[in-house]
Design a protein around this ligand. Sequence first.
Ligand code: FES
Length: 122
Amino acid sequence: MSKQLPFGVDYVPKRQRAKIVDGKAYVGKISEIPPGKARAIVLEKFRIAVFNVGGTFYAVKDACPHAEYPLSKGVVEGEEVTCASHNWKFDLKTGKCLQGGNLSIRTFEVVLDGDEIWVRVA
Ligand code: FES
């Protein structure tokens, strides 16, 4: 049985947008998001949740397709996140909703550059 990881989110003021360079949004230093933690970054029109699952980073749109609850506040088991609002599950790799149907969340490529984490947004 895999262990449930509580995921926390750093508060980001609404007016504080992520820095974007060459189509990539800056997330932070690798050391700032240890395994079992998450961070949400704010773009112009939406947020992205970045999860560290055992040293592998995954980035998805930070809005559940059911009722827009932030997935960064969800619970992660393996490579799945469970929305904290109504418990829908999503595959962090593919974005596919594991409840069935065609719903999914948008995923983003994570780029590690030295000790920095970036997410490709364009
Ligand atoms: S808002 Fe995520 S399951 Fe309802």
